[in-house]
Design a protein around this ligand. Structure first.
Ligand code: F3S
Length: 63
């Protein structure tokens, strides 16, 4: 299984990933996204609904 992670230095806290895939992503107190449940959604959904739409493309797969 591949694990998604957020580069928090690049994240601008737009919240799109959290809105689209709330089973995997949440916002921290500092308005940065973080992964709290890597297996909360299918890889496909994470790719399409979070990674592909993040305005700064700061969500990656950790192999
Ligand atoms: Fe940040 Fe991108 Fe999500 S900017 S809040 S990781 S959609």
């Amino acid at each position: 299984m591949r694990t998604p992670y957020v580069d928090q230095n690049a994240c601008i806290g737009c919240g799109l990933c959290v809105t689209n895939v709330p089973q995997v992503f949440r916002l921290t107190d500092h308005d940065k996204a973080e992964v709290f449940d890597p297996g909360g959604e299918s890889e496909d959904t994470i790719q399409r609904e979070a990674m592909d739409v993040c305005p700064v493309s700061c969500i990656y797969w950790q192999e």
